[in-house]
Design a protein around this ligand. Structure first.
Ligand SMILES: Cc1cc2nc3c(=O)[nH]c(=O)nc-3n(C[C@H](O)[C@H](O)[C@H](O)COP(=O)(O)OP(=O)(O)OC[C@H]3O[C@@H](n4cnc5c(N)ncnc54)[C@H](O)[C@@H]3O)c2cc1C
Length: 294
């Protein structure tokens, strides 16, 4: 394994200074479940590893009913999935994050790391997309925000510029008649990486028989996780019918541009997108208390 220096700063300001000093030759370590594997295999090079797990601002999870949820970039998957407010108000997030690895991985891995690693198949990202999550970024020119669907720009590459790092992810406050879910297809339990991952969220009208807004997030079917706007927008304002849900599934399928690799063929992935869009929509509808017209 290559040699590198290791530092565990105590504040966000220190992280910013260290990144600026190293001018691109430093990498953030949150849980290390991706980074250490990549350094060991020589897929990433670095002179300095900056461990951010000791900075409480970056590990905290806070919630209030007006401003919603704030997840520190280094908060572990276990802490997020066992938080009572996350369980109560953000079911799609729990679905997605709970799937990341086993117990040991869940205790180390962070959602910030899952996002920054920018794998097209990362399980948290379609779930964050349908919950309208926003990325909070700190860097040499101050702070900025980015909708989560714009954060990944290519396989393994995110939108962070030199010296920037992710500090938190925020998710809007829950609304009445809102529901969300995430499902992935894997051929067998030992195989962790999603062949296809789909998230869906619905906001229903007061009678719960009509869609007000719908978001569908797709994973592992394009170079980056996608917000399938044409599929979600098609349902907005429409009646809650099985026919409309099937049409949205077809529109989601049309957006997917999967590749064939050792885990699945493009054709199989295309088929799975329609199946999972329909299933996740139905779970989200059920969680929102929806009532089908037929
Ligand atoms: C056995 C095993 C099973 C797994 N199963 C799954 C699975 O089922 N689903 C899935 O999606 N993933 C899975 N993973 C992948 C991995 O656990 C996740 O991607 C994890 O969420 C990464 O989080 P981390 O905190 O460990 O990130 P790290 O490894 O610390 O970091 C990942 C990358 O992001 C960068 N980074 C981290 N935090 C920041 C930040 N705040 N700002 C800027 N850059 C940052 C790092 O420099 C690094 O390049 C698995 C991994 C293992 C080893």
């Amino acid at each position: 394994m290559q040699s590198f220096d290791y530092v565990a700063p105590k504040s966000v300001e220190e992280v910013a200074t260290l990144l600026a000093d190293k001018n691109g030759d430093a990498r953030i370590l949150s849980g290390g479940t991706d980074l250490l594997v990549q350094l060991r295999e020589g897929r990433r090079q670095t002179k300095l590893v900056i461990d951010i797990k000791n900075i409480s601002e970056l590990t905290q999870i806070t919630f209030d009913s007006k401003n919603g949820l704030r997840i520190g970039a280094a908060a572990s998957c276990h802490e997020i999935c066992s938080n009572p407010n996350v369980i109560k108000h953000y079911p799609g997030l729990v679905d997605g994050i709970h799937l990341i690895g086993g117990v040991q991985i869940q205790n180390r891995a962070s959602v910030g790391g899952n996002l920054c690693n920018a794998s097209p198949a990362a399980d948290s990202i379609p779930a964050l997309i349908v919950h309208q999550a926003v990325c909070h970024i700190t860097g040499p020119n101050g702070s900025r925000t980015l909708p989560v669907e714009s954060f990944c720009v290519a396989p393994g590459k995110n939108a962070l510029q030199s010296g920037e790092f992710l500090t938190s992810i925020t998710v809007p406050a829950p609304k009445e008649n809102f529901g969300a879910s995430y499902l992935r297809f894997i051929p067998r339990n030992e195989m962790d990486i999603a062949v296809v991952g789909v998230g869906a969220s619905v906001l229903l009208g007061a009678d719960r028989k009509r869609f007000v807004a719908v978001r569908i997030g797709l994973g592992a079917v394009a170079p980056t996780p996608l917000l399938a706007s044409p599929a979600g927008d098609f349902l907005a304002g429409k009646a809650l019918t099985h026919e409309n849900v099937k049409e949205a599934a077809k529109r989601g399928q049309a957006i997917a541009k999967p590749i064939t690799d050792l885990r699945g063929t493009a054709e199989h992935r295309k088929h799975l997108v329609a199946v999972l869009v329909e299933r996740t929509l139905n779970i989200a509808i059920e969680r929102a208390g929806g009532k089908y017209a037929e």
